[in-house]
Design a protein around this ligand. Structure first.
Ligand code: FAD
Length: 486
C-alpha cells in the first residue's frame, strides 16, 4: 500500500512539474479524510475568478482531471443576494459567466450554474456527480470564507477517520502523508493574486512598505507564464517530426481561418469554379482541403453555405458538390473497405493485369525519389508543380493528376510510382495523409474509380496524360514561370 501511495505522489509531482503549476499556489482545505476510492469527477467550484483563460484554479482542476482520467466540471453558485450588490453588478457578472459557459463547452468542460447558497447546492451536486476532488479559488472576504467552511462541514463527515494533513507551505512535501485522490478533498488555489496571499506573509502587514519587498522578492517564482500557453510551445517543441519541411503562410490554421477561406471562395472564386477549375493559372479552387483534412471546418457546413449563397451559380455549385460530396466521400469509402488502399494490390484486376503486361516496357526517363523530390526532371511543368507542392504545401488539383501520372512513367514499376507519389504527397501537402490523397495517387497510377483507355506503353490501359494535353488546356509557360527554379 505504501508503495502505491509513493508512486501516486511521484506522479503528482511529475505532472505538476510538467505543467509548471507551482504547488505553493495551492492549499488543501480538508482536514479529515472520507475514504472514497475512485470517484467520478473533478469539480472546479468557480467563485471569485470568473474566467477560463489564465485561471490557476481551473488549470489545477484540469490537471487532476487529466491525471485521474475523470471528467472536469465547473460550477458557479449563484446566490440570490450578495451584500449590497445590485442588478448592475449581477448583470455584469452574469454576462461574463455566459461567456465562461460558452468557452467551457468549446473545451468539452461541463459548466453548471447552481442556484442557491453553496452549502445548500454543492453537496448535492458533489453527490450526484460522484465528485472526488473539489478545487475552488480564493477570496479573503468573510462571506466566501464562510461558504467554504460550511461546504466543508457538509461534504466531510463529522467524525474524521484520522488527521491527515499538516500544512508545510515552504517544504513542498505535504503530499507525502496521504493520497489526495482517494478522498473527497477540497483544494483552494489563489487564482487572484500573483503571489498567493498565504505565501506572501503569514501575518497581518502594517502597510505597503512592509509587504512590498515580500511580494517583489517572490516574483521570479510566481510571475510566470500560464501553463496552457506554455504547453502549446512545449508540445510544438516536443514533436519528433522532420522540421525541415516548415509551416506555410497562406493558410491560417483553425476554424476561423477555414471559415474565412470559405467566405472568400464564395465571394470571389465560386463563380469561376465550373469553367476555370482545371486551369492552374486561375484562382478558381476553394483551397479548403487543409481545413477539411484536419477537420477544422466541416464539409457539410461548406456545402450548406455554398448552396445557400451560390443560387445564381448553379453550374459551379453542382461541380463543387460533385467534388466535395461525391469524390471526397468516395475516397473514404475506398479506404474504409479496401485494406490495400495505398498499394497496387488494391487496384482492379484489369488495371493490375494491364500494368503487369507493360512492366517490362522501355522507360526512357527514369528518376530516383531524390531527383523527383528536388524537381530535377526534364519536364519544366512537372518541376514547377513539384516546387509548388514543396513551397506552398499544396499543388493545384489538375496538376496533381499530371504529376502522379508522370511518376508512373518515370519510375521502374507501378509499385514504386505509388510509393513515391504517396511519400511526396504526404510529406509536403498540407492536406496529405488523407483518404483523398491515397485515392488520388491510386487513381493516377492504377486507375482506381476509372475505366480502361486506349492501350499504350508503360501505362497500358490506365488513363494517360501528357504535356501536349496540358498545353491545349492552359498557358503552361505561365505556370512554369511562376514556379521556376533558381
Ligand atoms: P476544390 O477543387 O476546391 O474541391 C473542394 C473539395 O472537394 C476539396 O477540398 C476536397 O475535399 C474535395 N475534392 C476535390 N477534388 C477531389 C478529388 N479528386 N477526390 C476527392 N475529393 C476531392 N485531396 C486531399 O484532400 N488531400 C490529398 O492529399 C490529396 N492528394 C491528391 C493526390 C493526387 C495525386 C490527386 C490526383 C489528387 C489528390 N487530392 C487530394 C484530391 C484533390 O486534388 C484535392 O482535394 C484538391 O486539389 C484540393 O484543393 P481544393 O480544396 O482547392 O479543392
Amino acid at each position: 500500500e505504501a508503495g502505491w501511495l509513493q508512486e501516486k505522489v511521484a506522479e503528482i509531482r511529475r505532472n505538476s512539474a510538467e505543467c509548471k503549476f507551482n504547488m505553493k499556489r495551492l492549499r488543501i482545505l480538508s482536514d479529515a479524510e472520507k475514504v472514497k476510492q475512485g470517484g467520478g469527477a473533478v469539480l472546479y467550484w468557480m467563485a471569485r475568478d470568473q474566467r477560463v483563460q489564465d485561471n490557476w484554479a481551473l488549470i489545477y482542476a484540469q490537471q487532476i482531471a487529466l491525471q485521474e482520467k475523470l471528467p472536469l466540471h465547473v460550477c458557479f453558485c449563484l446566490v440570490p443576494r450578495y451584500l449590497e450588490a445590485t442588478y448592475r453588478q449581477y448583470a455584469f457578472m452574469l454576462r461574463g459567466l455566459q461567456e465562461v459557459a460558452k468557452e467551457c463547452s468549446s473545451l468539452d468542460i461541463q459548466f453548471h450554474l447552481l442556484s442557491g447558497e453553496p452549502e445548500l447546492t454543492l453537496p448535492d451536486f458533489v453527490e450526484r456527480w460522484d465528485v472526488s476532488a473539489v478545487v475552488t479559488d480564493f477570496n479573503p472576504l468573510r462571506l466566501p470564507l464562510q461558504w467554504i467552511e460550511r461546504v466543508k462541514e457538509e461534504l466531510l463527515p463529522d467524525v474524521p477517520l484520522f488527521q491527515v494533513f499538516i500544512f508545510q507551505p515552504s517544504s513542498g512535501t505535504y503530499f507525502d502523508a496521504f493520497d489526495v485522490y482517494c478522498s473527497q478533498f477540497i483544494f483552494q488555489v489563489d487564482a487572484h493574486n500573483v503571489v498567493p496571499c498565504w505565501e506572501t506573509s503569514n501575518k497581518l502587514e502594517y502597510a505597503a512598505r512592509t509587504i512590498r519587498g515580500k511580494i517583489t522578492k517572490r516574483l521570479s517564482e510566481f510571475l510566470t507564464e500560464f501553463p496552457l500557453k506554455v504547453n502549446w510551445e512545449e508540445v510544438m517543441s516536443s514533436l519528433e517530426v522532420d522540421r525541415s519541411v516548415g509551416e506555410v503562410s497562406w493558410a491560417q490554421a483553425g476554424t476561423a481561418g477555414g471559415m474565412a477561406m470559405l467566405e472568400s471562395f464564395i465571394d470571389q472564386r465560386l463563380r469561376l469554379f465550373a469553367t476555370e477549375r482545371n486551369n492552374p493559372n486561375a484562382n478558381a479552387l476553394s483551397q479548403l482541403s487543409p481545413w477539411f483534412h484536419s477537420g477544422q471546418i466541416s464539409a457539410q457546413r461548406a456545402l450548406l453555405e455554398v448552396q445557400r449563397w451560390g443560387k445564381r451559380l448553379s453550374e459551379s455549385v453542382a461541380v463543387f458538390t460533385e467534388e466535395l460530396l461525391v469524390r471526397r466521400e468516395l475516397s473514404d469509402n475506398f479506404c474504409f473497405y479496401n485494406q490495400n488502399y495505398d498499394n497496387i494490390n488494391g487496384a482492379y484486376d484489369w488495371a493490375k493485369k494491364t500494368l503487369q503486361d507493360h512492366a517490362k516496357d522501355p522507360r526512357p526517363h527514369l528518376y530516383t525519389k531524390e531527383q523527383l523530390e528536388k524537381a530535377e526532371t526534364y519536364d519544366q511543368l512537372w518541376n514547377a508543380a513539384q516546387r509548388q507542392l514543396v513551397i506552398e504545401g499544396k499543388m493545384h488539383g489538375f496538376m496533381r493528376m499530371y504529376w502522379a501520372k508522370k511518376i508512373l512513367e518515370w519510375t521502374a514499376s507501378p509499385e514504386e510510382a505509388v510509393n513515391i507519389s504517396i511519400y511526396l504527397n504526404d510529406r509536403y501537402a498540407l492536406d496529405g495523409c488523407d483518404p483523398n490523397g491515397y485515392v488520388g495517387c491510386m487513381w493516377s497510377v492504377c486507375g482506381i474509380h476509372d475505366q480502361g483507355w486506349a492501350e499504350r506503353l508503360v501505362f497500358g490501359k490506365v488513363r494517360y496524360m501528357n504535356y501536349a494535353g496540358c498545353k491545349r488546356k492552359f498557358d503552361v509557360g505561365q505556370f512554369e514561370k511562376r514556379y521556376a527554379g533558381k
